[in-house]
Design a binder for this molecule. Structure first.
Ligand code: NDP
Length: 315
């Protein structure tokens, strides 16, 4: 794909957001194995070269430093301009007090070595001390800190992640600024039609994390519903477009008006994943994909189930 050909969404605050991005969460050490220093930096550089303009990180991922190095190198090379990039980072649960938000963002900016981020998200609605115990900060208070970050120009846009519809409704009715973006898990097995429809009505853009869900056998739990990447019907559809199954899955999410942010440390996959803006699925194919929605969550945050602000179904 030629650089700059990924379409954008207009956010409710007037800014533009690329409709596709790169994830940089390496997972727990258990699942990520031995990640080598520099791997995330490489993936972000490859991504920018392949036309990505949107990078997703978070303070808890421990990748802000490599993301920032890659971006600053590409800026110095003149490969891209800062205003053409869209960088997202996230506030961790241990900095939810109103007065802790701006300092946490300043620390992220220092690690990224950037003057501002394009989007700052409350990562979870849950406030928690570093040792894991909860403390009682309402996310409405946290949001006031986010508004300050926006007013200071440290974050051009602000939003939330892992909030449910009731939390969004409460936030919107009690605050002066509406979130521009909601980032939640969206993939074939968790398509969240009601939440997406609510966001559409509210003019909130939805970013979909873990866009591949359980399609790769090595990542799927034993109870995960189908399909897998070798599903014959999906392989047939992919072949028809001269694409891969991961590509048609990402394309489906784009057609739902979701912004997918797939993570990969593999150069060929970085390039493959963004190469989905030159074809369109048929209604019949979209209907087939819709049938895979089983309300099955891969990231349930069950360790926080006792928090008063746990956002998901408890069963
Ligand atoms: P993804 O759905 O992006 O899956 C990542 C896995 O898919 C990796 O194992 C990667 O392998 C593999 N992969 C990627 N592309 C291909 C391909 N074309 N073919 C085969 N395998 C492929 O999962 P994530 O959980 O990482 O989600 C994406 C991003 O969303 C995160 O990185 C993070 O930025 C964000 N996120 C946000 C959360 C939140 O709470 N807000 C929670 C979880 C994620 P490999 O790297 O080896 O190539």
């Amino acid at each position: 794909i030629a650089s700059g050909t990924v379409p954008t969404f207009k956010l409710n605050d007037g800014r533009d957001m690329p409709r596709f991005g790169l994830g940089t969460w390496l997972g727990s050490m258990e699942t990520s194995g031995d990640v080598k220093k520099g791997e995330v930096e490489d993936s972000v550089k490859w991504a920018i070269d392949a036309g990505y303009r949107h990078i997703d990180t978070a303070s808890i991922y421990d990748t802000e430093d490599e993301v920032g190095k890659a971006i600053n190198k590409k800026l110095a090379e003149g490969a891209v301009k800062r205003e053409d990039l869209f960088v997202t980072t996230k506030l961790w649960n241990d900095a939810h007090a109103r007065e802790a938000v701006v300092p946490a963002l300043r620390k992220s900016l220092e690690t990224l070595n950037l003057d501002y981020v394009d989007l700052y998200l409350i990562h979870w609605p849950i406030a928690q001390y570093k040792n894991g115990t909860y403390y009682d900060v309402d996310y409405l208070e946290t949001w006031e800190g986010m508004i300050e970050a926006k007013k200071l120009g440290l974050a051009k846009s602000i939003g939330v992640s892992n909030f449910n519809q009731q939390m969004l409704e409460r936030l919107i009715s009690k605050s002066s600024i509406k979130p521009a973006v909601l980032q939640v898990e969206i993939n074939l097995n968790l398509q969240q039609p009601a939440l997406r429809e609510y966001c559409r009505q509210q003019n909130i853009v939805v970013t979909g994390y873990t866009p591949f869900g359980s399609i790769f056998p090595n990542k799927a739990r034993s109870d995960a519903p189908p399909p897998r990447v070798d599903d014959p019907t999906l392989v047939q559809i992919a072949n028809k477009y001269n694409k891969t199954v991961p590509q048609i899955v990402l394309r489906y999410l784009v057609e739902l008006n979701v912004i997918p942010i797939p993570k990969t440390l593999t150069k060929s996959r970085v390039e493959q994943n963004i190469d989905i803006f030159d074809f369109e699925l048929t209604q019949e194919e979209r209907d087939l994909f819709k049938g895979y929605d089983k309300n099955y969550r891969t990231i349930a945050g069950k360790e926080w189930i006792d928090s008063p602000y746990y956002p998901f179904e408890k069963n």
